[in-house]
Design a protein around this ligand. Structure first.
Ligand code: DAH
Length: 344
């Protein structure tokens, strides 16, 4: 028995000598110290031995166990530190390496313009129209009929309006004015809303015209609303958007859904009124259409024009952005060339 124990001890020491890593240590530990190890088997059998043998074999096997444990512990300290050092060396961060660059995005200039205009009108108490009251896929009924635009009006011509194959009267809206009708049908005065959104026109694309562009529609309906209210709100908007020093003028105009109608101009921001290419020599830039809501339109949506009155307005977002930033081609907004977009 003594010999067996010595053999076990010797073979364990030999195995310990060969250890090269912490996982080798686990293996050796398993072989020599686990419950199923030879050493443990011997310890289990102690109870059947004579007292004399019990004493000798017991103390010997305990000493061997202790020795193996101690030596393994030393090895562990050594290899644990060694492996840790190797790992730290391998995972060292080179802070002199250039970082990876993530290009950041920006809000599109048209979105910026819409946000700015919406904010100005919200400051005057207007709220955003609900999405369902401002659909891009429209019917002729909302885009034209209810806005007092007669069946033979040239705006309905195939050249201006995109018709769909869904049904003969389903179109892509050519103006945001239909949102006025949806809003008046789904709520009751007082109404004070703005509706920004996309509109579509079947035209040939050029530096000044795109098939898709954006408008912001406004509508205010209440008791005792007059043209003076329209003028006050529009002037305040233009003052906030273009700056206080810019003169404005109201010009008599015609829209089927407003009576009277006015187009509003600001003094040309390129030449300051002297006359240039941008303003075609007039010194003025056309900014938006507006007017008092036609009584026929009010009647159509069941609002009594004897009790209520109101005004509406509509403006082109691309045009306002082009004027503010001096952009000379509307197509730039839609090409999404990062070199253009990152300038705003
Ligand atoms: N919808 C018109 C257009 O696309 C713009 C417009 C003019 C809107 C007068 C209005 C308005 O609300 O009152 O040319």
């Amino acid at each position: 028995m003594k010999e067996t124990l010595e053999k076990i001890h010797a073979s364990a020491l030999e195995a310990i000598e060969k250890i090269q890593s912490t996982s080798d240590i686990e293996e050796v530990k398993n072989t020599y110290l686990s419950r199923k190890s030879q050493l443990n088997e011997i310890k289990k059998n102690l109870k059947d031995m004579s007292n004399e043998d019990k004493r000798i074999v017991g103390s010997m096997s305990n000493q061997i166990t202790k020795d193996i444990e101690e030596k393994l512990n030393e090895k562990y300290q050594f290899f644990y530190q060694k492996e840790l050092n190797e790992k730290l060396e391998k995972e060292r961060i080179d802070i002199t390496l250039p970082g990876s660059y993530t290009p950041y995005g920006k809000v599109h200039p048209l979105t910026q313009t819409i946000d700015e205009i919406v904010e100005i009108f919200q400051g005057m108490g207007f709220s955003l129209v609900h999405n369902e009251n401002s659909p891009e896929v429209e019917t002729e009924y909302f885009n034209f009929d209810m806005l007092n635009i007669p069946k033979d009006h040239p705006a309905r011509d195939m050249q201006d309006t995109f018709y769909t194959k869904v049904a003969p009267n389903v179109i892509l809206r050519s103006q945001t004015s239909g949102a006025q009708i949806h809003e008046m049908l789904s709520s009751t005065p007082p109404i004070k809303v703005i509706a920004p959104g996309r509109v579509y026109r079947c035209e040939s694309v050029s530096a000044r015209k795109n098939n898709l562009f954006h408008q912001i529609e406004g509508l205010l309906i209440d008791k005792d609303i007059t043209f003076a209210d329209l003028k006050g709100v529009m002037n305040e908007f233009l003052r906030l958007y273009f700056g206080s020093a810019r003169p404005t003028r109201f010009r008599n105009s015609f829209f089927p859904f407003t009576e009277p109608s006015a187009e509003i101009d600001v003094q040309c921001i390129m030449c300051e009124g002297k006359g240039c290419r941008v303003c075609s020599g007039t010194g003025w830039l056309e900014i938006l259409g507006s007017g008092m809501v036609d009584p026929n339109v009010l009647k159509g949506v069941g609002i009594d024009p004897e009790v209520y009155s109101g005004f509406a307005f509509g403006m082109g977002v691309e045009r306002l952005a082009m004027l503010k930033w001096g952009i000379d081609d509307i197509r730039l907004f839609f090409n999404n060339d990062a070199r253009f977009l990152k300038q705003f």
